[in-house]
Design a protein around this ligand. Structure first.
Ligand code: AMP
Ligand code: MG
Length: 337
């Protein structure tokens, strides 16, 4: 009796195993609202809920660690807020992840004349305070005073000890332009290592699509319409690709009929006015995030030359009058709406 029960159990286990192997992956989703001051969602095609939960736990643990490291609001030893508070007094040991992101920026930020400048925090803080107060915009003299303390060369990184020191005591770091993209890069590595193949990671509009599930050629990503319409501005087909948008319709305030958004031209010290949004496609989410902010600040011709010069990068620009311009590779991925 005992033996036949064991045999039945074995047969059932074998059957369950065979069913699981042959089963088409199903779509599972998890979202969180407390990371990077935005909504993060992870969609995975997995064979079972248990498999999905294992993968999602790994991904969100990694995201949480990046959120802590790059948090500019809550001070935790070694994180961004902590460095901003203490790095002007003496070299401060930084969280490893923060140190890695800062080192990456040192290597990548120069290429385009410092338009994306992580040392612009004293200026962006004035804009953030004005936004939180609902206006008025900061006055020009405070802005130009703050801009005197925005030289990224004054951020001294010591790779031996992982310390950060501000040679200018009024300097403040702002990693808003690359933080989500840089974190996405690490989360994608963690997802791939955990065995995920078909998934979409969306950190507040910073979207990475991995391989599509069996039977589908690609994922479809909608680019938001800056005018607030429900209809997408574009729908594109992507796989193993990040799509990152910088826009004037996120984080803004209106004052006396004018809109002041969050992406600051470091030369004028005012919100950049060339576009309503710029979307960048690239395999590397950190580069896509850096270049979406950069191209948003640049005039079109310069931005197009910049994007065309980078292997595997495509872009779409939406002008304030609604006109859409895009690179050929971007256009070839677009679907009729
Ligand atoms: P993104 O949404 O990726 O284009 O990044 C915009 C965020 O980057 C803003 O919310 C600010 O925190 C920060 N930021 C704005 N202007 C600049 C700039 N010129 N250089 C570096 N960071 C900036
Ligand atoms: Mg960006």
């Amino acid at each position: 009796m005992r033996r036949s029960l064991a045999l039945i159990a074995m047969a059932l286990a074998l059957c369950a195993l065979l069913c699981a192997c042959g089963r088409e992956p199903q779509k599972f989703e998890r979202a969180r609202y407390d990371l990077f001051d935005t909504v993060t969602s992870l969609t995975v095609y997995a064979k079972s809920e248990a498999e999905f939960n294992g993968i999602a736990d790994v991904a969100f643990a990694e995201l949480e660690a990046w959120h802590r490291a790059l948090d500019g609001f809550n001070s935790l030893e070694g994180n961004l807020r902590y460095i901003n508070e203490f790095a002007a007094r003496a070299p401060v040991r930084a969280d490893e992840k923060l140190f890695e992101a800062l080192s990456w920026l040192k290597d990548n930020e120069r290429a385009a004349g410092g338009l994306v400048n992580a040392a612009l925090g004293a200026v962006t803080r004035l804009w953030r305070d004005a936004r939180e107060a609902g206006g008025p915009p900061p006055d020009a003299s405070s802005l130009s005073e703050a801009a005197k303390h925005a030289n990224f060369d004054d951020v001294i990184l010591d790779a031996q000890n992982n310390t950060v020191f501000f040679a200018d005591p009024r300097l403040q770091l702002d990693l808003g332009a690359i933080g989500k993209g840089y974190a996405a890069k690490a989360v994608i590595d963690a997802l791939n290592n955990a065995g995920a193949r078909s998934y979409i990671l969306n950190i507040g509009g910073n979207v990475y699509c991995a391989q599509p599930p069996p039977g589908r050629e690609s994922f479809r990503v909608a680019v938001e319409s800056p005018g607030g319409s429900d209809e997408a501005a574009a729908i594109i087909r992507v796989s193993d690709m990040s799509a990152v948008t910088s826009g004037d319709y996120q984080r803004y305030f209106e004052y006396e009929g004018a809109r002041y958004h969050h992406i600051i031209d470091p030369y004028t010290l005012y919100p950049a006015r060339n576009f309503s949004s710029v979307t960048i496609l690239h395999k590397d989410p950190a580069l896509a995030d850096l270049y979406s902010t950069r191209a948003f600040i640049m005039p079109y011709a310069e931005g197009a030359a910049l994007v065309n010069g980078i292997e595997g990068m495509e872009a779409m620009w939406i002008l304030p009058n609604g006109e859409i311009r895009a690179t050929e590779g971007f256009l070839s991925r677009m679907e009729p709406i």
